[in-house]
Design a protein around this ligand. Structure first.
Ligand code: HEM
Length: 467
């Protein structure tokens, strides 16, 4: 008996609905969903796909079929780079995934990130004097700080010695390989073509470089050359390898390496994109920027930098980050497959929460900063935090069994980097008269700004009033 499928647009033979999706699926899918409803069926090449685009339908789907959504598609490039799906993000749902995810959740929480943020601030300070003539490429600098934080969590305090610069280059290439169009993912029978179009060679090159770096880091750990004050992921995984009860999960070096790749595929670009989108929105909303800066500067006082212990005094900044995550949900990789081979994708529903612009008062024609209807930013934030993952109107970290295990780590990094950027500098985008900072998106594994965010940074000293 043929399954009853949800409604959807007409399809062509072979390509199905592929031509209607185009290069910016998160935008075209939203437009299609407006026409065909919140539960829509698309045939993407050989892949039958269900698109859910309302919180209400998502809630129903997850309530009744949570388990069915817990699988992942085995993508061509990911399969190789994750050592045959021995990671968390793309591992098939099952015991290996469960154990590996648990290690992630426990170990990443203890990672420290102060040193990398301090070095970001120092590098911007170095560049600041010349930034009025040639603005700083903040996008690039932020990716490098999130890479550095993740490297330290994975490799320990001596991560730079473990091939820091080389690793950054490989990770850049990895993101480009993973984010690009791959015919073999849409038409699995066409995978052979990647031997001819160069993709296989690129994947092999990235894999070879990564493997080399990991082998070196693991060897150093085994020799005892890498001692980390707080412990790192490699240390933890090597310890688990010795534990007879864990041998099935972490017994082989490939398993350890697969998990290391995971935190680079899942953890660095997502956080960097969130930081850059938040800075973009703050620059587009000067009053919100001024208020966030005042909050940060009041909390940090005379200190040269904001520390992790200051973060709980920053409810307004946290609220701004939440808003930015709603406007620009960074991760586009939330695709999964159920037992009948149906894929799902998350979309951004334009209805939902108060936006930064509303907060700024634009909606009422005023440029006054306004709190949404009698509630403080802190209260809105708290309510949303409690709802996150349960009420599916706001799911920047996904939902259900496969939701993001790095959420606490990610939010700490994002908040700390942003708080320091706002504390230590005043920012300016060089724009023509009447020009607005653009929010054009480039689609990939992670949705980044299409053009890098280039800004002038003016160092701020405590005591010099900014208003
Ligand atoms: C602001 C930054 C981040 C955002 C917006 C984000 C978002 C997401 C989303 C949407 C998913 C997919 C959830 C689903 O399919 O339902 C995910 C999965 C995942 N994320 Fe994150 N993430 C971020 C940072 C991180 C960090 C820093 C790490 C680790 C260092 C991490 C590790 C993972 C892993 C391992 C998965 C796969 C989980 C699984 O399949 O069980 N993420 N993330």
């Amino acid at each position: 008996k043929r399954p009853r499928l949800p409604p959807g647009p007409w399809r062509l033979p072979v390509v199905g609905n592929l031509h209607q999706v185009g290069a910016n699926p998160h935008l075209t899918l939203r437009a299609l969903a407006e026409r065909h409803g919140p539960l829509m069926f698309l045939q993407l090449g050989s892949i039958p796909t269900v698109v859910i685009s309302s919180a209400h339908v998502a809630q129903e789907a997850f309530r009744a079929h949570d388990l069915a959504f817990a699988g992942r598609p085995a993508l061509y490039s990911v399969e190789r780079i994750s050592y045959g799906l021995r990671d968390v993000s793309f591992a098939p749902y099952g015991e290996y995934w469960r154990q590996a995810r648990k290690v992630f959740m426990v170990e990443l929480l203890s990672a420290k990130r102060g040193a990398e943020v301090a070095s970001l601030v120092a590098s911007i300070r170095r560049l600041a004097p010349s930034s009025s003539s040639s603005p700083i490429d903040l996008s690039r600098m932020v990716v490098s700080v999130t890479n550095a934080v993740t490297c330290r969590a994975a490799f320990g305090d001596r991560y730079e010695a473990a091939g820091g610069g080389r690793l950054h280059r490989v990770l850049e290439e990895m993101q480009s390989v993973l984010g690009g169009f791959c015919a073999g993912d849409i038409f699995p029978w066409l995978r052979w073509i990647h031997a001819l179009d160069g993709l296989r060679a690129r994947v092999e090159r990235v894999f070879g470089e990564l493997d080399d770096i990991y082998s070196q880091v693991i060897e150093e750990h085994l020799r005892g050359d890498c001692t980390s004050e707080h412990g790192d992921l490699v240390q933890v995984l090597l310890r688990l390898r010795e534990d007879p009860t864990q041998r099935n999960t972490f017994g082989s070096m490939d398993q350890i390496k697969g998990l290391l790749t995971d935190i680079f595929t899942a953890g660095t670009e997502t956080s960097a994109a969130t930081i850059i989108w938040t800075m973009t929105e703050l620059l587009r909303n000067p009053r919100v920027m001024a208020r966030a800066q005042k909050e940060v500067r009041d909390a940090a006082g005379k200190k040269g930098a904001v520390e992790e212990t200051d973060l709980h005094d920053l409810p307004f900044l946290k609220w701004v980050i939440n808003e930015s995550l709603r406007l620009h949900p960074g991760s586009a990789s939330a695709a999964s497959r159920d037992h009948r081979g149906l894929h799902r994708r998350r979309l951004r529903d334009p209805r939902g929460y108060e936006s930064l612009r509303q907060c700024q008062g634009h909606r009422h024609g005023s440029r006054q900063l306004e709190q949404p209807a009698g509630v403080s930013a802190g209260e809105v934030l708290e309510r949303r935090r409690r709802q996150m993952g349960r009420v599916l109107e706001f799911v920047p970290f996904g939902v259900g069994r496969r939701s993001c295990p790095g959420i606490n780590f990610a939010l700490a990094v994002v908040e700390l980097v942003l708080a320091n950027l706002l504390h230590c500098f005043d920012w300016e985008a060089r724009l023509g008269k009447g020009e607005e900072l653009d929010v054009e998106e480039a689609f990939g594994m992670v949705v980044h700004r299409k053009r890098p965010l280039c800004l002038v940074a003016k160092p701020y000293e405590y005591g010099k009033a900014i208003f």
